[in-house]
Write a protein that binds this ligand. Structure first.
Ligand SMILES: [Zn+2]
Length: 384
């Protein structure tokens, strides 16, 4: 991971670069910032920079033997400690190191919750007391490549107090050539005696400009307006920005179908002439046939999307300002559609969609399911 891979944070990168280039790297540092600000990936990029021998343009080269090992997070002088869940056989991180590497390489902005979700059902992760013995043992060894030994300790706030106390001396006076990089999104819960022995590197929330640039590159289908919207709403967290963008992308796929279904069902009831009503009925049938030919996964995803948008419209109608995840095209539609979703029909309409989901899951013929859904909606869609 190079500095260039980290979103924004140019000032912090510059500070780290200078410290490294001038040989003034503190032996214990605490990287802090909100989740999604890039604390873990930046600590890794810094470690890579420290061990790379061929800096290019203020960044690690990405091609030297050391950088190539970093590409797999498998440099022998790079050690990790992170919260785990106790298994019957082990309470040390190394057991889960392959999984940890895989997760962080797949998404360096991984949140602590995502990590725990991948390793267990539990919501509580701990860095167990005996991990400290492991750390001490590893850092006492000579470095493999003759350079620095670096420990990245993710979430020191999850350290068992006994373990944390065992590390105090190490943090105060690490063996020669050892650098400890502690990474916390919750520094208030890190033991004060540890905090006071480290130099704090604080990452501010990612700037709107950097976030926009990331979103444009990663989600090319977003409009400029949506990019700005997601960047502002994310409040500096890459994790949140991506969530908003992804919701937006999947929404776009289903929105047109949803709007069409609702308009057609509405038309069958409210159009003035029999001709127009008959035409809408025919369109409803065609809609059911078209979506009925797509995969069942797609049908289920559409039905889930519809329920989400219905919920948001109900809330919209209640005039509550909790429209976090409505994209601009959804908002425009909702401003006219929401009066049709209210206390007396919201449950009934939601029921139609969840019945359809159940039927699709049970392999009922899809066209029939969607026809039935449309017909039920005709009776339910009406202003309060
Ligand atoms: Zn290199």
């Amino acid at each position: 991971m190079k500095f260039a891979d980290i979103i924004g944070q140019e000032d912090v990168k510059q500070r780290l670069r200078l410290a490294a280039d001038q040989g003034r790297v503190p032996h214990a540092m605490l990287f802090t910032g909100i989740e999604g600000s890039g604390t873990l990936p930046l600590a890794i990029a810094f470690a890579q920079y420290l061990l790379c021998h061929h800096h290019i343009d203020g960044d690690s080269c990405g091609t030297c033997p050391s950088c190539l090992k970093f590409e797999k997070l498998a440099h022998p002088d790079l050690h990790f400690a992170f919260p785990i869940v106790r298994t019957s056989t082990s309470t040390v991180c190394d057991t889960l190191l392959p999984q940890f590497r895989e997760c962080v390489l797949a998404d360096p902005y991984i949140s602590s919750t995502q990590w725990l979700d991948t390793i267990s059902e539990s919501k509580q992760g701990t860095i167990y007391a005996n991990e400290s013995d492991e750390i001490l043992r590893k850092l006492m060894l000579k470095s493999f490549e003759g350079d620095l030994k670096i420990l990245i300790l993710w979430q020191p706030e999850k350290m068992h107090p006994t373990g944390a106390n065992k590390l105090l001396k190490l943090i105060e006076e690490p063996p020669a050539g050892t650098i400890l990089l502690l990474v916390s999104n919750d520094p208030e819960h890190v033991l004060g005696t540890i905090v006071s022995r480290t130099q704090r590197i604080h990452l501010p929330p990612v700037s709107v400009d950097s976030m926009s640039e990331m979103l444009r590159g990663r989600y090319p289908t977003l409009t400029e307006e949506e990019v700005r919207f997601a960047s502002r709403l994310a409040r500096g967290s890459v994790i949140t920005a991506r969530e908003i963008a992804e919701t937006n992308e999947s929404s776009r796929r289903y929105f047109d179908d949803f709007a069409f279904l609702m308009r057609t069902a509405w038309g069958i009831r409210y159009f003035k002439t029999q001709d127009k009503k008959a035409q809408a009925l025919l369109q409803l049938r065609q809609f059911a046939e078209t979506i009925g030919k797509t995969s069942r996964d797609n049908q289920q995803a559409f039905l889930s999307y519809a329920q989400r948008l219905l919920r948001e419209n109900f809330i919209y109608n209640l005039q509550e300002q909790r429209l976090r995840y409505l994209a601009s095209f959804e908002q425009e539609f909702s401003s006219k559609f929401s009066p049709y979703i209210h206390e007396s029909n919201v449950l009934g309409i939601m029921q139609c969609f969840s019945d359809a989901q159940r039927d699709i899951a049970q392999n009922v013929q899809s066209t029939l399911v969607f026809c039935d859904l449309g017909l039920r909606l005709i009776l339910l869609l009406k202003p309060e």
